[in-house]
Design a protein. Sequence first.
Length: 171
Amino acid sequence: MKKEIIDKLENMSACRDAVEWTNQRKYKSTAWRECKRGDWMLWLIGRTIKTEKERKVLVLTACKCARLSLKYVPEHEKRPLKAIQTAEAWAKSRKGIALEDVTKAAYYAYNAAYAYNAAYAYNAAYAAYAAYAYNAEYAYNAANADYAEREKTLAKCADIVRSFYPKPPKL
């Protein structure tokens, strides 16, 4: 990988593991195609978006990744799903949905994680917070799942990210 790209990743405060993994690839396009860490990909996109329109695409992507974790949330607990749906509605510019609604839904999903000890509710909250955060620093957390299935879920998330972003973002 070109030193220039590695330097940019380091200047953006990318995690050491991501920088080292990327540095082992010859081309940026190869790294993007081979990446199995949807959280890294969401993080990078979040750090490179510049417009609200781009942010809305990122939010839809993060929501789709967050939905991978809903199977871990107790069936009767609807707050995480509501957070995802609210963030999706905002990203699709649905009338009557403001950023404040997304923030409130994310807050309730975040509290659901404490109420039911369901760490996966955090994922919905982070997806919703991605809508609110201008640099979308929370978006990468949308990919987290049960430790035993973490790699599998992150790989699924990476595929979701590539379906929205076939090419890596410009650094």
